[in-house]
Design a binder for this molecule. Structure first.
Ligand SMILES: [Zn+2]
Length: 229
């Protein structure tokens, strides 16, 4: 059998074998390509995260496609336990962001941290074609993380109060004033729509792997996952 294999190989160039193998696999396997919108979060380095996202055309805001896209962004935000997500983070360069700060997050922080960071419950909030206006120029510095830079954090200075204007998921105009941590989330997600990632504006000396202690404790046997079911 081995001889037969070697004999056959001697009559075929490597390229021919490879292309035949691809063709043969294609008969039996589904397509391997994965097209956006994704059900995972795009990672820093992906050019989509560096584009200035396009406005959703007014006539498309309430289309089934945009409704589905909003649903997908919300689904991925919840799946990855994020408090905000922007369309480019699932591979679509459109000006859509979603935010949600669940009540149950109160249990995940100490009461001191919750108060210091001015955290507050925010129900699911969708903005299509949002504009951001700073309403309080006082700045606060806190560590921030991003699902598109998984496993790291860095300190970022953000304005303490902003006003978001845009359309909701039904195409209705709305305005929302946000302060403290929710204002931070809004600024972070707006940056995504403009191709900016927090690593561009952070205090670089504070950039840290969020699991560096675990790496030491477990002799390096720590994995950062990019997939969640
Ligand atoms: Zn982010």
């Amino acid at each position: 059998m081995l001889l037969h294999y070697i004999h056959r190989r001697s009559f075929s160039s490597t390229n021919q074998v490879a292309s035949f193998a691809r063709w043969y696999r294609g008969l039996w396997q589904p397509k391997l390509a994965n097209e956006p919108p994704y059900d995972h979060v795009t990672q820093i380095g992906d050019p989509i995260l560096r584009q200035k996202a396009d406005l959703v055309p007014p006539e498309a805001v309430t289309s089934p496609e945009v409704r589905l896209l909003v649903k997908l962004i919300v689904d991925v935000m919840r799946k990855y336990d994020c408090v905000g997500l922007a369309a480019p983070q699932i591979g679509i360069s459109l000006r859509i962001l979603v935010m949600e700060f669940k009540e149950k997050l109160r249990d995940e922080f100490t009461s001191i941290e919750y108060k210091n960071k001015e955290m507050e419950t925010l129900p699911l909030t969708v903005f299509i074609n949002p504009e951001l206006k700073v309403t309080n120029f006082e700045k606060k510095v806190f560590p921030e993380a991003c699902q598109s830079v998984r496993g790291y954090s860095g300190e970022v200075s953000r304005y303490s109060e902003i006003l978001l204007r845009g359309l909701d998921e039904n195409g209705v105009s709305k305005e929302l004033t946000l302060k403290g941590w929710n204002a931070r989330i809004a600024q972070h997600e707006m940056d995504h729509l403009n191709g900016i990632i927090y690593t561009d504006i952070m205090n670089r000396q504070t950039f840290a792997c969020t699991c560096w202690q675990a790496v030491n404790a477990h002799r390096g046997r720590v994995r950062i996952g990019f997939h969640k079911k």
